[in-house]
Ligand binder design. Structure first.
Ligand code: HEM
Length: 546
C-alpha cells in the first residue's frame, strides 16, 4: 500500500517535473530516484511530499502576476521606496513605467496597486464581491473602533444596517432637501463673516484666510445636521472638563485625521504584531479616548434634550436615539461621529482647492462671475436652485475634483479568493489599492493632466463621476460609492459661487511665493493644501443677503 502510494506520488512528481525548467528537472530526478522508492519506502514518501509541495509552489509561481516594482529589499520589500508622504504620486509615477497595475511588497504585505479606470471598475464594480473586506493598519483600526463606520466597514450585515440608517435619515436626497435651510444658514454666515472682515479693514484689497471661513461654516453645520443645534460647549465627565465648539473640532476632526497617518511598523509585519510598540499605539488611543468621550457627552446631552422635547424628534441624533434602539452604544457613537468628520473635511478640502485655482486664474473667475450674474442678477444671493443653470461652475468643481482628487487612494481592500484583474492573476491574500489620483491624471484619458482646465469638463459631457462613466471617480464607484455625494455636490459649488458672487479674489503675495516654492499639498487621508489659502479679497457691489 505504502509502496503504491509512493509510486503514485512519484508519477505526480514526474508530471510536475515536465513543467519545470531543465536545471530543476535534473535536480528533481537526482533527489527522487526510483531505487529509493523500492528500498526505503517511508523515507521516499516523506521526500516525495516535500517535492510535491515544491512543485506545486513552482506551478503557482507560474501564475501571471502583475509586474513587481523593482528595488525591493529582502525583508522590507518596497517599504523604503515609499517614505515620501504622498504615496499616490509615487504610485502614479511607477505606473508610467510599469503599467496600470503592479505589485509591491510593504514589509511582508503583498499589495496590487490599480492605476487606471478599467481595472478600477473591475475592483469596485464587477469583481467587488471578492474584494469587499478591508484590512487596516493599527491607527485606522483603533480610530474606526474595529471598522464600526460605514466608510470603513467590511461589506456585510453591519455595513448595510449602518448605511441604511445614515442614508434614510441624513444623507439621502429627501433629508438633504429637508436640511437645505441649514446649508443656507451656514453659507450666509460664511459670507457675512467675510464681508464683515472686509468692512472693518481700512485697506482694500484685504488678505483673507479662506480656509478659516469655510471651516467655520462647515463644522457648526456638521454638528447641527447631526444634533439639531450647535453646542457651544458640552460637559465631558470622562475628561472632567467642559469642551467648547472649537475644542470639539480639534478632538472630533483634526486630531483623528492627523493620528490616522501614524505608522506602526507592525502593520508591515503582521506576524510580529505580538511585539509591543506602545508609543504610537498610546498616542492613537489617547485621540480615540478623547473623541469617544466627547461623543458620549454629546449623546448624554441629546438624551436630556429629548426627554424635555415637546415636538417630535427631528434631527439625525434624535432619530438614531429613539428609533434605532438596536444600535450598541459603540455603533451609536460612531454613527453620529462619522457624518461630522466626513462633512467637515472633504468638502472643505475641495472648496479650498477650487478657490485657489479661481484666484490664480482671473479669466476663469470673471467668466464664472458673469455666469452667476446671468442667473442670479446682482440683487439676490445665488441659491441651490441656480445650480442646474450654471454649467461653468459645474465644470470648475469637476475639474477641481479631478486635479486634486480629495481622497487619492481608496483605503485598501483584501482579496478573499484568487481573482484576475486587468488580465493578471491576483492571489488570495493580496491587498488592493485603487489610486483614484492616477485615474484622474491618466494622460491617456486627460490630455495635459497637470493643467487645471474647466473647459475640458464642458467639452466632455459624459463625465458623471463614477455612476456610469468611470474616467473620473473621485467618489469611488459601485456599492461602496460615497454616500455623501449629494451633500458634497450642494455644499462645494455653493461655497464657491457665493464667495465669487460677493468678492473678487486674487492669490496673496504669500500664496504666490508658496507656488514658487512648490509647497502645494500634504495628505492625511485626504489631499489637504499645505498652508491655509490666503487671498486678497475686494468686495464686489454689495448683494443683498436673504
Ligand atoms: C468632495 C467630497 C467627497 C469625496 C471626494 C468623497 C469620496 C469618497 C470616497 C472615495 C469614498 C470611498 C469609496 C470606496 O470605499 O470605495 C467615500 C465613501 C464614503 N463617503 Fe465620501 N466623499 C466626499 C464627501 C462625503 C460627505 C460630505 C459625506 C457625508 C457627510 C461622505 C460620506 C461617505 C460615506 C458614508 C462613505 C462610505 C460609503 C460606503 O462604504 O458604503 N462623503 N467617499
Amino acid at each position: 500500500m505504502a509502496k503504491h502510494l509512493a509510486t503514485q506520488l512519484l508519477q505526480q512528481w514526474n508530471e510536475a517535473l515536465k513543467t519545470m525548467p531543465p536545471g530543476f528537472r535534473t535536480a528533481g530526478k537526482i533527489l527522487v530516484w526510483e531505487e529509493l522508492a523500492s528500498n526505503k519506502v517511508l523515507i521516499t514518501i516523506a521526500l516525495a511530499w516535500v517535492l510535491l509541495f515544491v512543485a506545486r509552489t513552482c506551478l503557482r509561481n507560474k501564475k501571471r502576476l502583475p509586474p513587481a516594482i523593482p528595488g525591493g529589499l529582502p525583508v522590507l520589500g518596497n517599504l523604503l521606496q515609499l517614505t515620501e508622504k504622498k504615496p499616490h504620486r509615487t504610485f502614479t509615477a511607477w505606473s508610467k513605467e510599469h503599467g496600470p497595475i503592479f505589485t509591491i511588497k510593504v514589509g511582508s504585505v503583498p499589495q496590487a496597486v490599480v492605476n487606471n479606470s478599467e481595472i478600477a471598475k473591475e475592483v469596485l464594480v464587477t469583481k467587488f464581491a471578492s474584494i469587499s473586506k478591508r484590512q487596516m493598519p493599527m491607527a485606522l483600526r483603533v480610530l474606526t473602533r474595529d471598522k464600526t463606520m460605514v466608510a470603513m466597514s467590511d461589506y456585510g450585515e453591519e455595513h448595510r444596517m449602518l448605511k441604511k440608517l445614515v442614508m434614510t435619515n441624513l444623507l439621502g436626497p429627501t433629508t438633504q432637501n429637508k436640511n437645505r435651510s441649514l446649508r443656507d444658514d451656514a453659507l450666509i454666515g460664511m459670507i457675512e463673516g467675510v464681508l464683515a472682515e472686509l468692512k472693518a479693514s481700512p485697506t482694500s484689497p484685504k488678505v483673507v484666510n479662506v480656509r478659516d471661513y469655510v471651516q467655520r461654516s462647515l463644522f457648526p453645520f456638521a454638528l447641527q445636521q447631526v444634533f439639531g443645534y450647535i453646542p457651544d460647549q458640552v460637559e465631558v465627565l470622562e475628561l472632567g472638563t467642559c469642551v467648547s465648539t472649537w475644542d470639539m473640532f480639534d478632538a472630533l476632526v483634526v486630531a483623528p485625521l492627523s493620528a490616522v497617518i501614524n505608522v506602526d511598523w507592525r502593520d508591515f509585519f503582521p506576524a510580529l504584531r505580538w511585539i509591543p510598540n506602545r508609543s504610537v499605539e498610546d498616542l492613537v488611543r489617547t485621540v480615540d479616548f478623547k473623541r469617544n468621550s466627547i461623543m458620549k457627552a454629546l449623546i448624554r446631552a441629546q438624551r436630556m434634550r429629548l426627554a424635555n422635547l415637546k415636538e417630535p424628534p427631528r434631527c439625525y441624533a434624535d432619530i438614531a436615539l429613539t428609533e434605532a434602539t438596536h444600535l450598541t452604544e459603540k455603533q451609536l457613537e460612531m454613527s453620529l461621529w462619522e457624518p461630522i468628520i466626513e462633512s467637515a473635511d472633504t468638502t472643505l478640502v475641495t472648496s479650498e482647492w477650487a478657490m485657489y485655482e479661481i484666484a490664480k486664474n482671473p479669466d476663469c473667475q470673471d467668466r464664472l462671475y458673469r455666469e452667476i450674474v446671468s442667473v442670479a442678477g446682482t440683487e439676490r444671493m445665488v441659491t441651490e436652485d441656480d445650480l442646474p443653470n450654471m454649467p461653468y461652475l459645474g465644470a470648475i468643481i469637476k475639474e477641481t475634483l479631478r486635479k486634486y482628487t480629495p481622497v487619492p487612494l481608496i483605503p485598501s481592500r483584501f482579496v478573499e479568493e484568487d481573482i484576475t484583474l486587468g488580465g493578471y492573476d491576483i492571489p488570495k491574500g493580496y491587498q488592493i489599492l485603487v489610486n483614484l489620483f492616477a485615474i484622474a491624471n491618466d494622460p491617456a484619458v486627460w490630455s495635459n493632466p497637470e493643467k487645471w482646465d474647466p473647459e475640458r469638463m464642458l467639452a466632455n459631457k459624459k463625465v458623471d463621476m463614477g455612476f456610469r462613466d468611470f474616467s473620473l471617480m473621485p467618489f469611488g464607484a459601485g456599492k461602496r460609492m460615497c454616500a455623501g455625494i449629494t451633500q458634497a455636490m450642494f455644499i462645494i459649488p455653493m461655497n464657491v459661487a457665493a464667495l465669487v458672487q460677493h468678492c473678487e479674489w486674487r492669490l496673496s503675495p504669500q500664496e504666490i511665493s508658496n507656488i514658487n516654492n512648490k509647497i502645494e499639498d500634504v495628505v492625511y487621508l485626504t489631499t489637504h493644501k499645505l498652508s491655509p489659502l490666503s487671498c486678497e479679497a475686494t468686495p464686489r457691489i454689495s448683494h443683498r443677503l436673504p
